[in-house]
Structures are given as structure tokens and as C-alpha cells.
Design a protein around this ligand. Structure first.
Ligand SMILES: [Zn+2]
Length: 226
């Protein structure tokens, strides 16, 4: 991460425009803008692009009294300077400096994943990774309340461990017939969260897949929360 940041400040990150400048012929298109893709250059990928702008503004809400507003035309050094002043602190490992590094790093990591693994740019994923990294420092005590000085009250005392948002995936389910003379019994139960009523049913089939018996019944039992 340190090397990445050093290369970023030195304009040595191989975004498309940088590669074109090095006489590599390629068509450029960013991954971060869902509606109007742009060409990919440093300022766009890390500051002005749709993805970057939303990530910065999301974390901007963590800091009270933001006397240095984010500006779209900020250069990367400007942004480093402005952001590290969030919270008016003196701690070297202050959350403002950490978020700064993490936002830039995970924007780059996400861009690479989009390019090489053909995934789409998800804003939530970048935000989640930044939060998760911070959580990994908070959990073992490597960040103390002093490192949060000036951060918003909604984040105190420490961020709640971010939950991964599950994305429903459609899967093919295949039923396999049992060996003769066995029957296969498939059962399923469910419960209505609103009424608390449960119901279950099942079906038994032979080795040809023919239904031998089927049933359904209400359940008196209910799930208890522990
Ligand atoms: Zn873009």
C-alpha cells in the first residue's frame, strides 16, 4: 500500500492514459462510471470519476466541522493535504490519514479487479473494504479513541463491524433419484416472520422419480431468538 501511494504521488500508476503516453496503443474506457464512461486518467479514477466521488463523499460524512470542503477540481496532492486535516488532530495514525490511504488503495484494487476479473464496479464493495480494513485495526486494539478525535458521533466509540451484503445468486438445483428399492424424502419448512406461523411439507419419490406420498402440515413450533 505504501509503495502504491508513493507511485501514485509520483504519477507512476499505469492507468490507460499513462500507458498511451508510453506509446502503448489502446482504447481507454473507465470502469467507475455507470452511465457515461470516460477515458481513464489519474484524476478521473481517484478524484473526479463517479465511483471515486461517491466513495470520498461517503467517508467525508465521518468528520465533523469539515472546514476544507472537497472540491471536484482537487488534484491528488490537494486531496491528500485536505483530507489529512480532517478532525484537526495530531495523531500520526489518525483515522483521517488511514481512510485517505485506504480509499485510494481500494479504488485502485477495485479498478484492477474490474479490468482483470471482469467484475462490475460496485461502490458498496469499495466502501465495505475500507470499513473492514479499519475494523481489523480496531478489533485487536491497534486503533485507540485518540485516533478517532474529530470523527462523527455516529461512528463512536468504534465502527460496528460492517456486514457483508449478500448478493442473491441463482443456482441450478438438480434432483437425483435414489437407488432401488429406496425412497427419497425431501422436506421443507418455513415460517412467516409477520404472523409467526410455520408450515412444512414433504414428498417421497421412488427410483423412477414417481411420487409415492406427499404431505403438508402446519407447525405449532416456532423459532426462538437466542
Ligand atoms: Zn469513470
Amino acid at each position: 500500500m505504501s509503495i502504491f501511494l508513493w507511485r501514485l504521488i509520483s504519477n507512476r500508476i499505469p492507468v490507460d492514459v499513462k500507458l498511451q503516453w508510453r506509446k502503448i496503443e489502446l482504447a481507454s474506457k473507465c470502469y467507475c462510471c455507470s452511465e457515461r464512461p470516460n477515458i481513464e486518467y489519474l484524476q478521473h479514477l481517484f478524484i473526479q470519476g463517479e465511483g471515486a466521488a461517491k466513495v470520498w463523499s461517503k467517508f467525508d460524512t465521518w468528520f465533523l466541522g469539515r472546514s476544507y470542503p472537497l472540491r471536484r477540481e482537487d488534484s491528488i496532492p490537494d486531496r491528500l493535504d485536505i483530507w489529512s486535516k480532517r478532525g484537526n488532530h495530531s495523531a500520526a495514525k489518525h483515522i483521517s490519514r488511514l481512510t485517505l490511504c485506504l480509499i485510494l488503495w481500494f479504488l485502485w484494487a477495485k479498478r484492477n479487479k474490474c479490468q482483470h476479473k471482469k467484475v462490475s464496479f460496485r461502490l458498496f464493495s469499495v466502501v465495505w473494504q475500507v470499513q473492514m480494513h479499519i475494523w481489523k485495526l480496531v478489533d485487536p486494539g491497534r486503533l485507540s479513541p485518540n485516533h478517532w478525535k474529530g470523527a462523527t458521533s455516529s461512528m463512536k466509540p468504534f465502527p460496528i463491524k460492517p456486514e457483508r451484503r449478500l448478493i442473491p445468486v441463482a443456482k441450478v438445483a438438480k434432483w437425483k433419484a435414489p437407488d432401488p428399492p429406496w425412497l427419497k424424502l425431501n422436506v421443507h419448512g418455513c415460517c412467516d416472520d409477520g404472523t409467526g406461523k410455520g408450515r412444512m411439507g414433504g414428498v417421497a419419490r421412488d427410483h423412477y422419480g414417481n411420487v409415492v406420498v406427499a404431505f403438508t402440515t402446519p407447525l405449532k413450533a416456532r423459532t426462538e431468538e437466542f
